[in-house]
Design a protein around this ligand. Sequence first.
Ligand SMILES: Cc1ncc(C[n+]2csc(CCOP(=O)(O)OP(=O)(O)O)c2C)c(N)n1
Ligand SMILES: [Mg+2]
Length: 364
Amino acid sequence: MAELAQSPMTVDLDPVQLVAPDGTPTAEDRYSRELPDETLCWLYEMMVVTRDLDTELVNLQRQGELALYAPCRGQEAAQVGATACLRKSDWLFPQYRELGAFLVRGIPASHVGAMWRGTWHGGLEFIKKCCAPISIPVGTHALHAVGAAMAAQRLGEDSMTVAFLGDGATSEGDVHEALNVAAVFGAPCVFYVQNNQWAISVPLCRQTIAPSIAHKAIGYGMPGIRVDGNDVLACYALMAEASARARAGGGPTLIEAVTYRLGPHTTSDDPTRYRSRDELEHWLALDPIPRYRAYLEGRGLWSERLADRVAARSRRLCAELRDTLFGASDVDIDEVFTTVYAEMTPALEAQRRDLRVELGEEPR
Ligand SMILES: Cc1ncc(C[n+]2csc(CCOP(=O)(O)OP(=O)(O)O)c2C)c(N)n1
Ligand SMILES: [Mg+2]
């Protein structure tokens, strides 16, 4: 069990940045940018593919094919970087906006689509891909991530868990409890907060008046660090460090990835009602994809051939997404009732009958 934190903890307000917005390497020398060339190109590929599939999912919603969708445009670096450095046995506990993390983990976009279409209420290949179902109730999954981390600890496994949280989620009681218990028991869990500046229409300044979200780590007695969430290599490096610490028994870390949601909260939202054009312009100039492309160009790794290959893969994956979604059979509505308990309760039985009557499958 953890001792009381002895050394005074500090959190730097300046986010760690390895690649400047113009694509040049920064002077930061505490973390490495050195990855194999193919990994550097793969990170680019995953960010572009994430953006293209995200756009396709928005379009599918606009065409009436999905009930709702929460786009991740602008957060590709934060999601791809933080997931790409993990092992496949590390568990992901997503909020609901983590398309980039799912794709890096090898979960097809059609699984995400089926969830938002309402034709599948299962997880995202839960066990096979070590990925929990998305959590619409904000922040509740932070507790699950800590519980799973503590289970791994007790089983003597060397896996760790990641709780993907938003800035808004940090105001939830569940997240406080998760952070505290993780610190006390040294749980191998990383709390990865994508601070995208907004929780629907509530700005960060109405969420907290702490110097930063990462500063809250001090109160829990765990390391807290801010990273430029639009810098894929910085997100990779910080998660690599925090996950290695967790696996080695060094306990949890709170990472605040400073980023921006370029699109609406969900397809039901109109962000022009609550944020300014100037703010959007500011963040558009910090778009993670052109920045990383410029970095690859500087290293002689970007080529038209790479761009063409990535575009072709995106097109193929978008077509696959549409074909799989449209080709799927209708959902078996019984599953909603039969998969809750080992034996159905009388209340569920009654609800099932009501629904069947409403659908005209049983007489009134
Ligand atoms: C417990 C709970 N309270 C409120 C909501 C409504 N709600 C849905 S998303 C959201 C904002 C969450 O913001 P944040 O954690 O910053 O994540 P983001 O959407 O920005 O990725 C709210 C308040 C909810 N789903 N669950
Ligand atoms: Mg947010």
